[in-house]
Design a protein around this ligand. Structure first.
Ligand SMILES: [Zn+2]
Length: 405
């Protein structure tokens, strides 16, 4: 984040962290909270309120200021803290409020007091420098920020049964992206080279199939030509493998718009709903179950069809979908596009609890969108997903073996 980088660059800034819902990787963010330790708070406030990205200074004080940003109109609060309170302040301003309430209750139950300045035994400071120290002083494991939504994480931390969450560095490849063969901006080679710089071992090119009106139609002949192009890009690549794929449309009866003889030539087949959102829960569930049960289909993309700030996701009978996904080894996608993040956190948690395997894809339509993987991983973490729940953490060999089964 730019604000953090700029502040980190100043020599009178010791520690700086972004707290709040951004740190919890929440899908929508209200305002931004920045915490700083510094021997010179006035200089920090002066620098902060005069940064280029600042449109307006809302409040300016010695230990707290608020500015409004130019581009987004978002408010940013900055607060300075003593080093010995930085961990407890970070915890407090990271939230969620509900988790903080639970933690304060827990502190009281063992005879302590917890607030943004630390854990106190009477007047004596017990812990506060780091979050780890604060959690440990309360007799519990560290809770990753993405889990702090009061959905059972406090008790799990006390019981020391929190999952080890998947990390961005665990991801070995990205299995949904679109090229200029359909509605993407870049060609296969550009996507492959950019993906290689991200440390991936594989990607899948999964342009839309022919019936989708929003993209240039692809005939069977074009699909064959694109497969040849994938082969020729693979000959140029060293260390990254490009897989052949397609994102087929699931029609209103649950059939795909790509013939089987093409599907069976693909390394990876994604099926997604891109039209007919108005059907009822039963019909939409049946479409997805039918697609997930198709022997060629590996992934159901953006399963609920929701758009953040847009249409709500359609209602689905997740029990049936989870069952079909498990029975057929079909993966449910965590789509990393900013306006999708679909599956969302709570559905990911249910999927993980039900033993359903997932895949985190960016659904990139240009090389600039490949970095959105971070958002998908953040959402997976909010859904308590571990590395072993996410299939694109496998190496290429194991991935291909999984896809064949
Ligand atoms: Zn799609």
């Amino acid at each position: 984040m730019k604000i953090k980088d700029q502040l980190t660059g100043e020599d009178y800034v010791d520690r700086v962290e972004i707290a709040g819902s951004i740190r919890r990787m929440k899908e929508t963010v209200g305002d931004i909270d920045v915490l700083v330790t510094t021997p010179k708070p006035l200089e920090v406030m002066d620098f902060f309120t005069k940064m280029d990205m600042v449109d307006d200074v809302v409040v300016s004080g010695p230990t707290k200021s608020t500015v409004r940003l130019k581009e987004t109109g978002m408010d940013v609060d900055i607060r300075t803290f003593d080093d010995k309170s930085f961990g407890s302040a970070l915890m407090y301003f990271t939230g969620s409020k509900e988790t903080n309430v639970e933690l304060r209750k827990l502190a009281i139950s063992i005879g302590y007091k917890l607030n943004e300045y630390g854990v106190f035994d009477g007047d004596e400071l017990v812990a506060g420098t780091t979050e780890e120290e604060v959690f440990n002083s309360l007799g519990m494991d560290y809770i990753e920020p993405e889990l702090r939504e009061n959905t059972g994480e406090v008790q799990a931390a006390i019981n020391r049964t929190l999952p080890k969450l998947v990390e961005l560095g665990d991801v070995s490849g990205d299995l949904q992206m679109h090229t200029n063969w359909s509605d993407g901006k870049n060609n296969i080679e550009e996507l492959a080279f950019k993906s290689q710089t991200m440390g991936y071992e594989y990607i899948a090119i999964t342009d839309h199939s022919m019936s989708i009106q929003t993209s240039k139609a692809r005939s069977e002949r074009q699909i064959k030509k694109q497969m040849d192009e994938v082969d020729s890009v693979n000959r140029k690549m060293d260390g990254l493998t490009v897989l052949k794929g397609v994102e087929a449309n699931i029609d209103s009866y649950g059939y795909l718009d790509v013939p089987d003889k093409i599907l069976q030539e693909m390394d990876i087949v994604i099926a997604g709903i891109h039209s007919g959102f108005k059907q009822n829960k039963h019909e939409l569930t049946r479409r997805i179950v039918a697609a997930a049960s198709n022997e060629h289909v590996n992934i159901i993309s953006h399963p609920t069809g929701r758009e953040i700030h847009g249409r709500n996701g359609y209602e689905l009978d997740f029990e049936k979908i989870f069952e079909a996904a498990k029975d057929n080894k079909t993966l449910l996608e965590i789509n990393s596009r900013k306006n999708r993040l679909d599956l969302r956190d709570m559905h990911i948690k249910q999927a993980v609890e039900n033993g359903v395997k997932l895949v985190i894809n960016t659904d990139s339509h240009s090389i600039n969108e490949l970095v959105n993987m971070e958002l998908g991983v953040g959402t997976a973490r909010r859904g308590w997903a571990k590395k072993e729940d996410i299939i694109n953490t496998l190496n290429l060999k194991d991935l291909l073996r999984y896809l064949k089964n």
